[in-house]
Design a protein around this ligand. Structure first.
Ligand SMILES: NC(=O)C1=CN([C@@H]2O[C@H](COP(=O)(O)OP(=O)(O)OC[C@H]3O[C@@H](n4cnc5c(N)ncnc54)[C@H](O)[C@@H]3O)[C@@H](O)[C@H]2O)C=CC1
Ligand SMILES: CC(=O)C(=O)O
Length: 350
């Protein structure tokens, strides 16, 4: 029987508000109806892969967690170390192998394998090394889990998400990059710190490239439901544009600083990706800024490219892109960010 739209989805005059709020994904495949055991495979058991694995375990997100890495001893060591925590964790089957057949039937494959930046190095510099790895990693994931969703974390994440999409042949709603979900968390932390409020009450998005050309959407920031820029204007509180730019600069510099201090970033990306896994596997329909096929949204036309936009995530993957109002300047910066990604992508020859 055809399901009628819920009353709450209908606005005045029978308008379907959900349709107005989100633009649909053109090539979306229907969500898997499987409600059985949930299985996540994490490819790459390094700093990032293990931070993600441990956050997923503590948050009780899956029945089965699989680790894959190219280094068998390191992999077995990490698996045993997590298994030895069984008495303190929700029951989860943890296994590991260098053989991709272990990933068969995964609901979600999270790819973190690959080279990482050294201090001062840009994410975009990692491209050629990590594309070569993806050519070995993506085909077996697709072979063993043809219905899975791919969640890419390795850098440069936007271009590698495009590479994974091309290599997989999946519809774009099932290929997602962790994108600026992490940058937005850094942004929310800094704004919360300035205002002395809880970061969870700050609604703020960074979009575009996960990297130096990212775009802060100042015009849509709200704290506890109060739109910040119009509040400052209404209260005639003067603020320097430079102050805002400095907060965004601090977001961009944040990763470089952590890498300079401890060699890599791990905890925040672990929580960021676990939040995405929850929305995807538990069908939360939450809105996250993640790397998606951007063609056709926000005036980005022409070539296929992935960059972060606020996207609604559920069991089917990307369910729609939010229609946030962008100022002319934000639109221009988003286009510049898209051009930065396209320039790097043009070197790929894929
Ligand atoms: N998107 C984001 O927000 C973030 C992305 N990253 C990126 O995540 C990636 C991983 O970073 P880390 O974990 O710190 O590096 P890491 O060096 O600690 O770990 C990388 C792992 O990949 C494994 N690996 C290499 N080739 C493989 C293959 N063919 N198959 C399976 N595993 C393979 C290595 O053995 C190693 O264990 C980097 O590209 C880094 O830039 C890191 C933080 C945030
Ligand atoms: C390394 C990286 O991409 C980050 O922490 O943002």
């Amino acid at each position: 029987m055809q399901k009628s739209p819920s009353a709450s989805a209908l606005g005045p005059g029978g308008l379907d508000l959900s349709q107005a709020f989100f633009k649909p994904i053109p090539d979306a495949s229907p969500p898997s109806t499987s409600k059985g055991n949930t299985k996540i495979s994490v490819i790459g058991a390094g700093n990032v892969g293990m931070a993600i694995a441990q956050t997923i375990l503590t948050q009780d997100l899956v029945d089965e967690l699989v680790l894959v890495d190219a280094k068998p001893d390191k992999l077995r060591g990490e698996m045993l170390d997590l298994q030895h925590a069984a008495a303190f964790l929700p029951r989860t089957k943890i296994s590991a192998s260098t053989d991709y057949s272990i990933t068969a039937g995964s609901d979600l494959c999270i790819v973190t394998a690959g080279a990482r930046q050294i201090a001062g190095e840009s994410r975009l510099n990692l491209l050629q090394r990590n594309v070569a790895l993806f050519q070995k990693i993506v085909p077996p994931l697709v072979q063993y889990s043809p219905d899975t969703k791919l969640l890419i974390v390795s850098n440069p994440v936007d271009v590698l998400t495009y590479v994974a999409w091309k290599l997989s042949g999946f519809p774009s709603n099932r290929v997602i990059g962790s994108g600026t979900n992490l940058d937005s968390s850094r942004f929310r932390f800094l704004i919360a710190d300035h205002l002395d409020v809880n970061a969870q009450d700050v609604q703020a998005y960074i979009v575009g490239e996960h990297g130096d050309s990212s775009v802060a959407l100042w015009s849509s920031i709200s704290v506890g439901g109060v739109p910040i820029l119009s509040f400052l204007k209404n209260q005639q509180i003067a603020y320097e544009k430079e102050t805002l730019e400095n907060i965004h600069k601090e977001v961009i510099e944040g990763a470089y600083e952590v890498i300079r201090l401890k060699g890599y970033t791990s905890w925040a990306i672990g929580y960021s990706v676990a939040s995405l896994a929850r929305s995807l596997l538990r069908d939360q329909q939450r809105i996250h800024p993640v790397s998606v096929l951007a063609k056709g949204f926000y005036g980005i036309d022409g070539d296929d490219l992935f960059l972060s936009l606020p996207a609604r995530l559920g069991r089917g993957g990307v369910m729609g892109i939010t229609n946030v109002h962008l100022t002319t300047e934000e639109m221009r910066r988003l286009q510049d960010s898209a051009n930065t990604i396209l320039q790097v992508q043009s070197e790929l020859g894929i």
